[in-house]
Design a protein around this ligand. Structure first.
Ligand SMILES: [Zn+2]
Length: 292
C-alpha cells in the first residue's frame, strides 16, 4: 500500500510494508490548485499502486471530500472531491482520514494499545487532535471528532479576543498554535517575532516569551481537563512542531497543577513525531483490512 500525508505545509509519501514506512519522500505543499494537481500527478507516477492508497489529510473529511476548517491553511479546499481526484490519478481505491485522527490511531497502536482512551493533540501551524475511545478511533460526523483546536478556550489570547480562521471566537488554535504564539509575541513586543524565537526566549526565561508559552500551556491543560470531563480520557500524546519543542510538554504538566487532581490526565510526548500521519493511516487501513 502507498500512504500519503497532505498537510498545510508539506506532502509526504511512502510505501507501507509490514507495519513500516519505506522510500519516504517529502515535498512542500503547493499554494495553488493547478500546482498541487501537477505535484499529485508526478507522485502517482513515482509511487504506483494497485491495491489501495491511504491518505492522512488536514481538514474535515466525509471519506470522499475535504473541507479546510481554517481557510487560511489551504485556500482551495471547500468540499473538494479529493478521493475522486486521487482515484483518477492512481487508478485504485482511496481511503481518506483526518491527519490528527490518523496520528491518534498510530499513537494507540505504537503504545501497544495500553491506553484504550487516548487523545492526541498536535500543536503546530494550527491545532488538531484525535480521539481513541474504548479502543476505537472516533471519526465522527464529517470526520470532525477530536478537532480540539476549534474548542473555545476560556484562557484567552494575550493580544485580545480573536476570531479564528474557522469563524469561532478564541479557539484553542488562536492561543496555542505556532501561528498564535508568533502573533501574540509580535503584537506585544511591537516587532516581528516567529514561533521558534518565542521558544528560544522561553528557554532563556525571557519574561514575554515565558508569559506567552505559559498562557498557551494553561489553555492546553484546560482543554485536556474539559475533554476528560466530557469523554473520560486516560492518556494524552502531544505532537506537532510546537508540541515537540523542548519545554512544551513540561509547561503543560506544570499548567495541569492549576487543575484539581481528577483532571490531571497523564501527558507524554507523541512517539511518532513528524511521520505520525503516514504511520497512523498505514496502521488504520491495515486494521480495517483485518476486520473486513
Ligand atoms: Zn477555530
Amino acid at each position: 500500500m502507498i500512504v500519503l500525508d497532505i498537510g498545510g505545509t508539506k506532502i509526504a509519501i511512502a510505501r507501507w510494508y509490514n507495519g513500516e514506512l519505506q522510500d519516504r519522500m517529502q515535498i512542500p505543499m503547493p499554494a495553488s490548485e493547478p500546482e498541487w494537481k501537477k505535484a499529485m500527478q508526478s507522485l502517482a507516477r513515482q509511487y504506483p499502486e494497485k491495491d489501495r492508497l491511504g491518505v492522512a489529510v488536514t481538514g474535515s473529511t466525509d471519506g470522499r471530500t475535504i473541507k479546510a476548517i481554517n481557510r487560511n491553511v489551504i485556500s482551495f479546499w471547500n468540499d473538494y472531491p479529493l478521493a475522486e481526484f486521487l482515484e483518477g490519478e492512481w487508478r485504485c481505491p482511496v481511503s481518506l482520514l483526518n491527519d490528527a485522527q490518523a496520528a491518534a490511531w498510530g499513537e494507540f497502536v505504537e503504545n501497544a494499545k495500553q491506553h484504550r482512551n487516548l487523545m492526541f493533540v498536535t500543536l503546530s501551524t494550527g491545532v488538531g487532535g484525535g480521539l481513541v475511545l474504548d479502543g476505537e478511533l472516533r471519526v465522527g460526523h464529517l470526520g470532525l471528532a477530536g478537532h480540539v483546536g476549534h474548542v473555545s478556550s476560556a484562557i484567552k489570547p494575550l493580544d485580545g479576543d480573536r476570531t479564528c480562521g474557522c469563524g469561532r471566537l478564541n479557539c484553542l488554535e488562536t492561543v496555542a498554535s505556532g501561528t498564535a504564539l508568533a502573533r501574540q509575541a509580535t503584537s506585544l513586543a511591537g516587532h516581528a517575532v516567529d514561533a521558534v524565537s518565542v521558544f528560544a526566549g522561553f528557554r532563556a526565561k525571557e519574561d514575554l516569551a515565558v508569559k506567552i508559552v505559559t498562557n498557551s500551556a494553561l489553555a492546553v491543560a484546560q482543554l485536556i481537563a474539559d475533554t476528560h470531563a466530557t469523554l473520560g480520557i486516560e492518556h494524552v500524546c502531544i505532537g506537532g512542531s510546537v508540541g515537540l519543542a523542548p519545554g512544551m510538554v513540561d509547561a503543560i504538566l506544570s499548567a495541569q497543577q492549576a487543575q484539581p487532581p481528577l483532571f490531571r490526565v497523564p501527558v507524554q510526548t507523541a512517539i511518532l513525531r513528524e511521520d505520525a500521519g503516514l504511520i497512523g493511516v498505514g496502521h488504520w487501513i491495515s486494521h480495517l483490512a483485518r476486520n473486513d
